[in-house]
Design a protein around this ligand. Structure first.
Ligand code: PLP
Length: 649
């Protein structure tokens, strides 16, 4: 198995070895409660104080305060609660406070959610107002100038987590100079990547999170300007000078201290110019791998550790899958579900076209990156590009790749389009075309040299008719006056029936019992089935899902078992070669292979696997329903498979 390359640093990072050592030391040798007055407690307190002093120096907080907490979401809550409580008191005293809670349109969700929550709980009734950003993702200072006289509280960020766009904090500060509004800056993505001199700004609150810079999850800091209003979020034993009760997370503080020491002392992290060089290399490889790629934020206005991009014709899910297969971890720039990617509100706020916003991918690394890792990442990026091109997904002629033939399923938001591919004549029939798949189908056909022979719809009624398709025949059967099924026949035998949205119960007498029924929607059937199988479907007696241990046992007991990789061809091609032998049957092509498996006399165990176990479970269920008892799915997929299994990844 190839080494994982982790390029999702804006989501979280690994923990710096020195931070792990410091946390272990804090748990093993310096385990005291910093509130205890005996020597063990004093030692712990000294360690904590030293970390706080270091944080104060690094962040230039002047007379401001730094308190430790659980992370940025808590820091944001505390800042919002403090600001809103102060505003309520001022209003009760009869002071004018402004009517608006202003927040940047691209803030992390923790900010608007916290504003809405505390505004409601405290009964303030202030209006939440989004501050627009420009096409580069920077706050619109003219809009802020217009809002400033009415602003009670302003929330902006130092750098954006999706795009890496760095805010103009000096410009925002200047715009707010005459305003009485309180100001919070979410500095989560800025720590260790941007120079921060908080005491010399008019920023009132600045939350930080350890796990975005090589400290563990569950430790964070909040900066509060000297004189800024403060209300504790957590009351109790009065720890953190009464600002945040609860015994401190000493292991976390020690680990954060090690990271801050690395920042202050130098020598551990890469310099900004080295990081720029790394990003330029990654960007160059991405451009070479994905012709037409667009970067969603101007590189010169973003952190050197973040790239956000979209590739025409490719969804973020496809890109994530292919990168994951190559053992490169990146994330979707937008919230992405299996069915359909939701657009990114950050990219939407920047006014980018919908396709870019819904297909964006974020690649981010931290200042611990090395030349070696970046070079390997570049090589794998280029491999991923080649894999997608060879699969015919990028509308470039493919060479040497396997030409798909037979039946192919394309799914979008639960709807299935079926392609019938006759390899000898390079003719293709499309059944139940979906407009959004148009480009994908065109590039698939074009890349593999296929011609479109016909587009058929099961949503048409009409006479029963029949036409030749290569060595086969396609027969239309009217289901009623508005719906048809299409039968793909070899001589007198009906191999497949494409039945659109019709329920299986409507097909009796119209579709032969043993034909493979390929439905038009996931709810009717995920892959394929037959009327006979549905009539006989009984609960399988053996467990469908195998974990690594069960799979190893099965492979030992039944060496004739066949492993079947149901990831798409581009994922398989992106894997580093050298894994255990497996048959390649992408889930989209499963229906083409089912008849062969069902016809086999010996029916060896078939163990399907994929990235995470979803697609393989569909494949195994499909086979089991069709009466193939020995079909299994590797639970958790390649992601959780034991290395000893040596599955290609
Ligand atoms: N703010 C920004 C900009 C972030 O990127 C994140 C984490 O994704 C948060 C706040 C929340 O941080 P935490 O995970 O420490 O609660």
């Amino acid at each position: 198995m190839s080494k994982e390359i982790y390029l999702d640093g804006n989501a979280t990072t690994c923990v710096l070895p020195a931070a792990i050592d410091a946390a272990v030391q804090a748990m093993r040798d310096c385990f005291g409660n910093p509130s205890s007055t005996h020597a063990t407690g004093l030692k712990a307190k000294a360690m904590m104080d030293a970390v706080r002093q270091r944080a104060k120096r690094l962040l230039g907080v002047g007379n401001g305060r730094i308190m430790f907490n659980s992370g940025a979401t808590e820091g944001i809550q505390t800042a919002v609660l403090s600001a809103l409580c102060a505003l309520r008191e001022r209003r009760e005293r009869g002071e004018a406070i402004g009517a608006l809670l202003v927040y940047g349109a691209t803030e992390h969700k923790a900010v608007p959610e916290a504003l809405a929550h505390w505004n409601r709980l405290l009964g303030l009734g202030l209006e939440l107002k989004k501050l627009p950003v420009d096409g580069d993702g920077r706050h619109d200072l003219a809009a802020l100038r217009a809002l400033a006289p009415q602003a009670a509280f302003v929330c902006t960020m130092a750098a954006n987590n999706e795009t890496g766009v760095v805010s103009d904090l000096v410009g925002i500060g200047a715009t707010l100079a005459a305003s009485k509004a309180l100001w919070m800056v979410d500095c989560v993505q800025g720590l260790g990547k941007l120079p921060l001199d908080l005491g010399n700004t008019r920023i009132d609150y600045a939350p930080f999170s350890g796990h975005k810079l090589y400290a563990p999850k569950g430790i964070g800091m909040l900066y509060v300007r000297e004189g800024a209003p403060y209300t504790p979020l957590v009351m109790g034993g009065g720890q953190e000078a009464g600002l945040r009760s609860g015994t401190e997370n000493m292991a976390g503080i020690a680990a954060l201290g090690a990271v801050l020491a690395a920042l202050e002392e130098g020598g551990t992290f890469r310099s900004p110019s080295e990081l720029h060089g790394f990003r330029d290399k990654l960007a160059a490889s991405l451009r070479a791998a994905f012709p037409g790629i667009v970067f969603n934020a101007p590189l010169d206005k973003a952190l050197p550790t973040t790239l956000n991009f979209s590739v025409p014709g490719l969804s973020s899910k496809e890109l994530l899958d292919v990168f994951d297969a190559a053992n490169v971890r990146v994330s979707a720039g937008s919230a992405c579900s299996a069915a359909k990617a939701a657009p990114s509100y950050v990219l939407d706020a920047m006014g980018l076209p919908a396709w870019r916003s819904s297909s964006a991918v974020r690649m981010s690394f931290g200042p611990l990156a090395s030349e070696e890792i970046i070079n390997e990442a570049c090589a794998r990026i280029e491999r991923c590009g080649m894999a997608l091109r060879d699969a015919g997904l990028m509308d470039t002629p493919v060479s040497g790749a396997v030409v798909p033939e037979g039946v192919l399923q394309l799914s979008l938001a639960g709807n299935h389009t079926w392609l019938l591919l006759d390899e000898p004549s390079r003719q293709c029939i499309v059944i139940d075309h979906q407009a959004e798949l148009g480009e994908r189908i065109d590039s698939l056909l074009h890349s593999h040299g296929y011609k479109l022979a016909a587009r058929l719809s099961t949503r048409d009624g009409g006479e029963t008719d029949s036409f030749a398709f290569g060595a086969h025949a396609v027969r239309r059967v009217a289901l009623d006056s508005t719906r048809s099924a299409y039968l793909l026949c070899s001589g007198d035998k009906v191999d497949y029936a494409f039945t659109g949205l019709a329920a299986l119960s409507e097909l009796a007498g119209k579709v032969p019992a043993d034909a493979l029924v390929c439905a038009g929607r996931e709810e009717v059937n995920a892959c394929c089935t037959s009327l006979r199988a549905e009539a006989q479907a009984s609960k399988a007696s053996t467990e469908l899902n195998l974990d690594s241990i069960a799979l190893a046992r099965l492979l030992e007991a039944q060496p004739q078992a066949v492993l079947v990789d149901v990831r798409e061809t581009y994922e398989q091609a992106a894997c580093i070669p050298g894994g255990r032998a497996a048959e390649s049957v992408p889930l989209s092509r499963l229906a083409a292979f089912v008849p062969g498996w069902l016809a086999a006399v010996d029916q060896p165990p078939l163990v399907f696997f994929c990235r995470s176990g979803n697609r393989s479970a569909k494949a195994a269920q499909c086979l089991r329903r069709l009466g193939y008892r020995n079909a299994y799915s590797l639970a958790g997929g390649v992601a959780l498979a034991a290395p000893e299994l040596a599955l290609a990844a």
